[in-house]
Design a binder for this molecule. Sequence first.
Ligand code: HSE
Length: 313
Amino acid sequence: MAFSSAEAFAPATVANLGVGFDILGMALAGMGDRATVSWRDAPDIIISRIEGDNAQLPRDPKQNVAAVSARAMLAHLGENRGLRIELVKGLPLASGLGSSAASAVVTVIALNKLLGDPFTREQLLPFCLEGEALVSGYHADNVAPCLLGGIVLVAGITVAAMQPLPVPADMHLALATPALAVPTNQARALLPDSVSLRHLIHQTGMVSRLIDALHRDDLQALGAAMEGDRVIEPARAGLMLLLDEMRALAKRNGAIALFIGGAGPTLCALCDCAEVARRVATAMQSAYQSANFDCIAQATRVDRAGAVVLRAQ
Ligand code: HSE
């Protein structure tokens, strides 16, 4: 069926899950981005409108994640028609909630519908990666869960390297995103070039424990593994706001563990029920506000569906 425009939604995502740097990510229910794509008579891709970014995102299609992803997809098909992209950012930029991945994924999902679904969802991954790479290099730990939903092991950047993992039945999350931009490139620049064999063994053990805990539905083991990061969190801790204080506060309010969401500054607490997640989110938000930082807080769960088409006409 031929459409002239299509609209999609893509959820927030949290990469790393603590110890799984660049290889684990999960989609979150609730917040996300929307995009509408439509054909235009003139050639070329244009960004006709972006809402919700405080005019911070580039409108130049060569510099814009959404347009770069769309261009990669159209080029792959040898499609020459011009495209208009309208983006509504529900996700704060540079927040650790996968904002750039959502821009890429939401555009590509909408464009696939506009084109009559020539690609499976998995086949859309390389186009999303082209956009994401513009901002923070080739890593799929936000893009893959945004596209596929759930918790995803990302053992590389090919479709074959994506492995959906089980989501524990009682897994709830409390997130606090203080108003402080932490660009991913800046957070990556702090990381060491190499790690010791001792740390390698420790990290490998913790990631294995994390994946095993997901399979066994064991939230306590999951939380212990998430907090077992001895390489990335110590390197980035100085960029985070009140990390130790928030971890202690979250646990006093019943959280099992707390880790940095992606490259931060979002902090993500693992909880075992909705009531605790709400209490932890509220406590973290109040603590940030008391320290004079605005903060978005949410109690949420893993989103299972990934990006969805909302409308096509
Ligand atoms: N894995 C990435 C990082 C996620 O932590 O740098 C942010 O894009």
